[in-house]
Design a protein around this ligand. Structure first.
Ligand code: AMP
Ligand code: ZN
Length: 472
């Protein structure tokens, strides 16, 4: 069973396949760790997570690399403003990013390299570009990629169609400015006074790498000179990914990534969610408003990744209802999320959900089909159709687990006694269960106390927990 996915390079839906026949090796441009990631960033990371989950639940192995951008204008500027060392500053935001990823139930990448951890690899790539006549050192010690030396420049973003022409470099360009120009771009930036202590030695003098070179150096180190798929938000198509292709293919002469997967933006009232527009939402802020990470994740799955998705609080409320319906369904046949390693691959009666996902990651269609099946199966349970039919019931259980695994949702049964357990109570209990699995007894006890304080008692079974109203 193959996943068919739109490829930005060829502008068609194509099968994703593994070049080495064993795992799909892919690279995702990661966060710039200078503040909390917003849920727009997380739209991209959640959809990439579903991409990986869909492959794994259809039996394919993956090798997932996602970098951390921990040196650029923004990280340097912000760490200086706070008066802390760059490394301490980016460590703090990396830890926060990982915590948010856990809350959103994102699978951990197999490798998570950082730009600062790979300066020698970037220098060596720049040296090869200079040797090949594709890059030049400017008087100030910066090194630039010569865009005209790569005739295929603009292939991914169809630059010619967009009437953007290459021009002389702007030597003072900031990382942000470079996002909007097709000029020769910086591979190495000579040390400037405002960079403070944030510089490294290189054959061209002290300085720091430009933004684009990190992803070429790290993707090729972890995935090889040619790999299966490269991904990011649509804003990265130009110039970031265009520049990555130019740098990498100029050195290797090989196709850099064989499939390009871009995710459309999360919007707020018609505008891209972004820090610069001050229209962003973070998980922490939503948590303070009592919205759960899983509800955010659900909202991010309700639109096709190829279309912009508008964020609203109404959609958050609808997500809560939808998730609680899934909890009610789970309660009907005492379904508890699996604690096994690895994802379930047997969709059984839920195969239409898998089919929608394999068809260009159609998450809205997959959710629609899931709810239709949940309704039909619930009616079957009510009519007693599954009594004494252990095998059929097991197929439903595995199919629902596979569906949850593919979408990255953790669904526990709603409470007994016909009382609906509020989603936030379920999430708290799930966190306690997770803490217990990690032998973090202290947190597990704290969560139990919090649940009790809110009037809920939790009982553990072999594969999961049950929530009941606490007796006085
Ligand atoms: P950054 O931390 O700015 O480097 O961005 C990390 C990832 O989030 C990149 O893949 C961006 O393309 C993506 N991204 C940024 N803003 C949005 C948005 N509003 N919606 C979806 N993805 C976004
Ligand atoms: Zn990148």
């Amino acid at each position: 069973m193959a996943l068919n996915l739109y490829d930005t390079m060829t502008r068609e839906v194509r099968e994703v396949f593994s070049m080495d026949g064993s795992s799909v090796r892919f690279y995702a441009c990661g966060p710039t760790v200078y503040g909390p990631a917003h849920i727009g960033n997380f739209r991209t990371f959640v959809i990439q997570d579903v991409f990986r989950r869909v492959l794994e639940t259809s039996g394919q192995k993956t090798f997932h690399v996602r970098n951390l951008t921990d040196v650029d204008d923004k990280t340097i500027r912000q760490s200086q403003e706070e008066g802390v060392k760059l490394e301490d500053f980016t460590d703090k935001w990396t830890a926060r990013f990982r915590k948010d990823c856990d809350l959103l139930n994102l699978l951990t990448p197999h490798a998570e390299p950082s730009a600062v951890g790979h300066i020698p690899e970037q220098i060596s790539l720049i040296e090869r570009l200079i040797e090949g006549g594709k890059a030049y050192r400017a008087n100030d010690g910066s090194v630039y990629f010569k865009v005209d030396a790569f005739p295929e420049y603009g292939r991914l973003s169809r630059l010619a169609d967009r009437e953007i022409t290459t021009s002389e470099t702007d030597r003072e360009s900031s990382d942000e400015y470079e996002r909007d120009t097709a000029a020769d771009f910086a591979l190495w930036k000579a040390r400037r006074p405002e960079d403070g202590e944030n510089f490294w030695e290189s054959p061209w003098g002290q300085g720091r790498p430009g933004w684009h070179i990190e992803c070429s150096a790290m993707s090729m180190k972890y995935l090889g000179e040619s790999f299966d798929l490269h991904s990011g938000g649509v804003d990265l198509i130009f110039p970031h990914h265009e520049n990555e292709i130019a740098q990498s293919e100029s050195v290797t002469g090989k196709i850099f990534a064989r499939h390009w997967f871009h995710i459309a933006h999360l919007m707020v009232e018609g505008r891209k969610m972004s820090k610069s527009l001050s229209n962003l939402h973070t998980l922490e802020e939503l948590d303070q408003k009592e919205y759960l990470a899983q509800e955010v994740r659900y909202v991010l799955l309700t639109g096709s990744y190829r279309q912009p998705l508008n964020f609203t609080f109404d959609s958050m409320k609808a997500a809560r209802k939808a998730l609680s319906k899934l909890g009610d369904f789970a309660a009907k046949f005492d379904f508890h999320p699996s604690s096994q390693d690895g994802l379930e691959t047997e969709f059984g009666p839920f195969y239409p959900v898998q089919e929608a996902l394999l068809s260009d990651l159609n998450t809205p269609e997959a959710l629609g089909r899931c709810f239709r099946l949940v309704r039909e199966l619930s009616e079957g349970f009510e009519r007693g159709e599954y009594e004494g039919r252990d095998k059929a019931l097991e197929e439903v259980r595995r199919g629902f687990q596979a569906t949850c695994d593919a979408l990255g949702l953790v669904i526990a049964p709603s409470g007994n006694d016909n009382e609906e357990v509020p989603a936030e109570i379920r999430e708290l209990a799930q966190r306690r269960w997770d803490a217990k699995q990690e032998k973090d007894w202290e947190s597990a006890d704290r969560f139990r106390d919090e649940l009790l304080a809110q009037g809920w008692e939790v009982k553990d079974g072999k594969d999961g927990f049950e929530l009941t109203r606490a007796t006085a």
